[in-house]
Design a protein around this ligand. Structure first.
Ligand SMILES: [Cu+2]
Length: 313
């Protein structure tokens, strides 16, 4: 709905400029006509492309074709009453603007979409006003018309333009609130989204817990651990033996925070490795309750007694 609103304003302004060119076509020089067609084609292409790129996110082909079509149409219609040169100028600028707008709409992050539409609309309205002013200068002002009197007065322009943007912003947020459309995310953001969803149902405590587990031939001390769901825990493996040992938790669901053994990713589980006489640590958050086994993965150690249990509650 806000996008329809922005698109509507752009369409109405384009129509006004095109109608102006058509009515005054006898008085507009080729140069001024080319300028107007180029400006309108480019603006319509950029705005149309941006809106299409946002609406059909993920389908760059469709949004590019739509953006090019908007730009082509606006440039063609604006240039048509003037000359072939103006048509070429308008059409090519429109096609280029459409392509660029579509790419911008496709690539811009969802949180900046509204701002980008705003910027584009400020550009559109401002440029359309300058083009209309230029065309009026070209064709001569008819001072009898009230609208021309107002338009030629800088004081009125200074009041009307800020008022327009104020009202536009006001209505825009009214529409945004009432329509309340879900934001569709581009595929690129899915990874981040999934990451957030895993963490959201939990109330993660800020206060962490430290557990020291001693490993030697062939035992863990302690061999029974107690953890809490959602509470970060730093597990320190102290190897006081003469061989290398590690600790691995079987099937325990966790969020990994940091690991100086190398990052295994979110679903890799807990695994810490420690050389003889050294310590190593890992910080993680248990996210599922239950009783899980931990053991040493060095061949033969588990069978020799390096096994324990952790209770997550
Ligand atoms: Cu071991």
């Amino acid at each position: 709905m806000p996008m329809l609103f922005a698109g509507g304003i752009a369409a109405v302004l384009s129509f006004i400029v095109i109608a102006f060119i058509f009515i005054k076509r006898k008085k507009i020089t080729c140069m001024a006509g080319m300028m107007a067609a180029m400006a309108l084609g480019m603006l319509a292409g950029l705005t149309g492309g941006l809106l299409a790129g946002i609406s059909y996110n993920g389908n760059l082909f469709l949004s590019t074709v739509l953006g090019m079509a908007f730009g082509f149409l606006a440039g063609f219609l604006a240039g048509m009453p003037i000359s072939i040169m103006a048509i070429i100028d308008g059409v090519l600028s429109g096609v280029m603007g459409g392509m660029m707008g579509a790419m911008l709409g496709e690539m811009i992050a969802p949180e900046y979409r509204d701002s980008m539409i705003h910027i584009m609309l400020v550009l559109f309205v401002g440029m359309a006003c300058i083009v209309l002013y230029m065309l009026q200068q070209e064709t001569g002002f008819n001072r009898a018309f009230l609208i021309n009197k107002l338009f030629h007065n800088p004081l009125w322009v200074a009041i009307v333009l800020p008022l327009f943007f104020y009202l536009y912003n006001h209505l825009y947020y009214e529409f945004s609130r009432s329509s309340n459309l879900p934001i569709t995310n581009p595929p690129m953001n899915h990874f981040m989204e999934g990451h957030n969803q895993t963490a959201s149902p939990l109330s993660i405590e800020t206060k962490g817990k430290k557990i020291v587990v001693e490993a030697a031939e062939f035992y863990y001390f302690p061999e029974r651990l107690q953890l809490t769901v959602g509470q970060p825990v730093t597990l320190i493996l102290k190897n006081s033996g003469r061989m290398e040992h590690d600790i691995e938790f079987k099937n325990m669901k966790i969020l990994l925070q940091q690991n100086d053994h190398g990052n295994h990713g979110e679903n890799a589980g807990v695994h810490v490795h420690s050389l003889p006489g050294k310590t190593a640590e890992v910080t993680f958050i248990p996210i599922e309750s239950g009783v899980f086994r931990f053991y040493c993965t060095v061949p033969g150690h588990k069978e020799s007694g390096m096994i324990g249990f952790v209770k997550v509650s």
